[in-house]
Design a protein around this ligand. Structure first.
Ligand code: NDP
Length: 461
């Protein structure tokens, strides 16, 4: 019999925390879990899920427009922001209920409170002041938007958290950042009829992606009417009678209804009692872990965004499952962070797995690059000006596909399947001997027979 109240206590009820708590409890461990806000965490409550619902909502205006080319006459359409928020909140509440139910069914003790460490085995439940002890502790408290408090007027700006609960849809918005969140919300707000400006400090949005995807999306966004300002940053935000005014480094004065900062996310490790317990963090405040997600304190593990490895929901869930294998199944398992397929839910979407052409060029002596750019079939009758880009990056030496990138409809769905092929180590010859599914856009992935160009020692030839 353990001398602790719990075999496992989990701090944080998001993707990684709930998964580790639920599975450990279902293995018969005595588990407690505490969450200070809402179960489901960033992904379910104010991230991936509500964002994707917003993406769907924002696509309708193009659907209505496109319908005419296919013979439909669509009556006057009107969008009601409050109705969308209400429907979204209802769905999020349903999902939160499912997360709680899963924990409850597995017989985990659920606490609705912030929890902090007192020492390596003791946790204080802030709401009641009560302390509990645990043999093992998982910290999975996630991250939160960087509020960029050095920016004069930052307190007038919103983050993605508030974007999910705006009282009213603004007429115009300025979004700072060039990452996933900035780009996705720029497309969402544009689709809902808002006048959108995106401001990004670098030369091109989405810095870690393949250049063709970045450029292609940038052009598509501008074609739709989103203003994209690169090599510029906001230097000050002030209040005006009508809304807000942002002054940029290049001296532009942008008058908008809302300014949203999407400049990265920070680990939620402040005042968590990490020092008292001896848990080390890095310069950004992320918990430092070894290959098995173990912190500097042997019985304390950390999972998901709080470790700042790869900030993605499926990664946190995978890390949780590896923790379970390692700690409760006597099967030490390292999380595998290689070849993670991912999508940016912009319009058009980006779906990607593996290396960009630029990164592959640094790693391999010679590359074959297969590239197709075409107008998707759906756009023929609708007359919409849009293009799909597909790219396969192949290491010439062993013919392995080391990167696959798509800009276009359903790119996220395709990236999931491509992820399997890259994980399996498929070669270009495997792609070539795969029969096409016709007529689809995806068939292009198996019908690009000769390289569009080669890259030798990092140079296109
Ligand atoms: P990202 O890291 O994707 O982007 C942050 C952006 O802010 C970058 O463009 C960065 O520029 C810029 N930036 C950072 N600091 C400054 C600064 N001081 N001044 C000006 N610009 C700055 O973070 P997000 O907040 O967009 O998203 C957080 C994480 O959430 C992502 O990394 C992703 O893993 C996850 N996410 C995933 C989604 C998905 O899977 N579809 C959707 C949304 C989020 P630079 O590039 O030059 O560094």
């Amino acid at each position: 019999m353990s001398s602790y109240d719990y075999d496992l206590f989990v701090i944080g009820g998001g993707s990684g925390g709930v998964r580790s708590a639920r599975v450990a409890a279902s293995l018969g461990k005595k588990v407690g879990i505490a969450e200070e806000y809402r179960y489901g965490g960033t992904c379910v409550i104010r991230g991936c899920v509500p964002k994707k619902l917003f993406v769907y909502a924002s696509q309708y205006h193009e659907h209505f427009e496109d319908a005419a080319g296919y013979g439909w006459t669509v009556g006057e359409s009107k969008f009601d922001w409050k109705k969308l928020i209400e429907a979204k909140d209802k769905e999020i509440a349903r999902l939160e209920g499912l997360y709680r139910k899963g924990l409850d069914n597995a017989k985990a003790d659920i606490f609705d409170t912030r929890a902090e460490l007192i020492d390596a085995n003791t946790i204080r439940l802030v709401k009641t002041g009560k302390t509990v002890t645990a043999d093992k502790i998982v910290i999975a408290v996630g991250g939160s938007p960087n509020h960029h408090s050095a920016l004069p007027g930052y307190e007038l700006c919103i983050s993605s958290n508030e974007a999910f609960h705006l009282e009213e849809l603004p007429k115009s918005i300025l979004i700072a950042g060039g990452g996933y969140i900035a780009v996705e919300f720029a497309n969402i707000f544009h689709g809902l009829g808002v006048d959108v400006t995106l401001i990004y400090r670098g030369a091109e949005i989405l810095s870690r992606f393949d250049q063709d995807m970045r450029r292609g999306l940038h052009e598509a966004m501008e074609q739709k009417g989103i203003r994209v300002l690169c090599h510029d940053v906001i230097e000050e935000v002030t209040k005006t009678e009508a809304g807000l005014r942002a002054r940029t480094m290049k001296g532009e004065m942008l008058d908008v209804g809302v300014v949203m900062l999407a400049l990265g996310r920070d680990p939620n490790t402040k005042n968590l009692g990490l020092e008292a317990a001896g848990v080390k963090t890095d310069g950004r405040g992320a918990i430092v872990v070894d290959d098995y997600s173990r912190s500097s304190v042997p019985n304390i593990y950390a999972l998901g965004d709080v470790t700042d490895r790869v900030q993605l929901t499926p990664v946190a869930i995978h890390e949780a499952m590896c923790f379970i294998e390692t700690v409760y199944k006597n099967n030490p398992t390292k999380p595998d962070h290689d070849l993670i397929a991912t999508a940016v839910f912009s319009q058009p979407e980006i779906g990607t797995v593996g290396l960009s052409e630029e990164d592959a060029g640094k790693r391999f002596k010679e590359l074959e690059v297969y590239r197709a750019e075409f107008r998707p079939m759906k756009a023929t009758l609708s007359g919409r000006k849009e293009k799909t880009i597909m790219k396969l990056i192949v290491n010439a030496e062993d013919r392995k596909v080391v990167g696959a990138h798509i800009l276009g409809h359903d790119a996220g769905e395709m990236a999931q399947i491509l992820g399997i092929t890259l994980k399996a180590g498929c070669t270009k010859d495997d792609f070539d001997r795969t029969m096409a599914v016709h007529p689809t856009a995806a068939e292009e992935l198996v019908t690009m027979y000769s390289p569009s160009y080669r890259v030798i020692d990092g140079q296109r030839v």
